[in-house]
Design a protein around this ligand. Structure first.
Ligand SMILES: [Mg+2]
Length: 191
């Protein structure tokens, strides 16, 4: 049996509205279309993970308990069974870290925990640190223009308006014939 494919998602600005150092579950707003997009990925056999930097914990701006309360509300709004696992990193930017994005540590952990084929997987996020993280881990990458996406200067494999379109790109690459022009990455490695 072949190893599983996965989609790794950034949290803030990708799955939910960007809230600076969100420590309050009442401020969690999952983007429309997220549950539906995740359901389609699960139906297509993808594992789904959230990979999130939470330096607010390291900075003392939010507590770990607040972080977990926000995570619980995120999962409640998304719905049951659509996220396999969430990895977060509280390390401060000034501290050497193998896990804090753009370092790929959290993705590599998930890949080891769930036997993921990274070359056939995707990282979707709104910041250049997300794109770099995916690239370093060996995934394909999609920048979404929600959150900070429009401000970023990274070189993703694809750019999408939002998560719905990003997931369409993933599913198009995994099922159908490559549509040609925009996708040498997909057409070159289609199973
Ligand atoms: Mg983000």
């Amino acid at each position: 049996m072949s190893r599983a494919r996965a989609v790794f998602f950034d949290r803030d600005g990708t799955l939910m509205e960007e809230v600076h150092y969100c420590g309050d579950p009442a401020r969690v707003r999952v983007f429309p279309g997220v549950p539906d997009a995740l359901r389609k990925l699960k139906e297509a056999g993808f594992r789904t993970f959230v990979i999130t930097n939470q330096t607010g914990i390291g900075r003392g701006l939010i507590t770990e308990a607040q972080y977990h309360a926000v995570q619980e509300e995120l999962l409640r709004q998304i719905g049951a069974g659509l996220i396999d696992a969430i990895y977060f990193c509280a390390d401060l930017p000034a501290v050497p870290s193998t896990r804090r994005k753009p370092e790929p540590g959290m993705v590599l952990e998930a890949a080891a925990d769930y036997d993921i084929d990274l070359a056939r997987s995707y990282f979707i996020g709104d910041k250049s640190t997300d794109i770099e993280c995916g690239q370093r881990a060996g995934t394909r990458t999609i920048l979404v223009l929600t959150g900070y996406g429009a401000e970023q200067g990274s070189q993703p494999d694809f750019t999408a308006h939002d998560i719905t379109q990003a997931v369409q790109i993933v599913l198009r690459g995994s099922h159908g014939p490559a549509s040609g022009s925009e996708s040498p990455c997909i057409s070159g490695s289609r199973p």
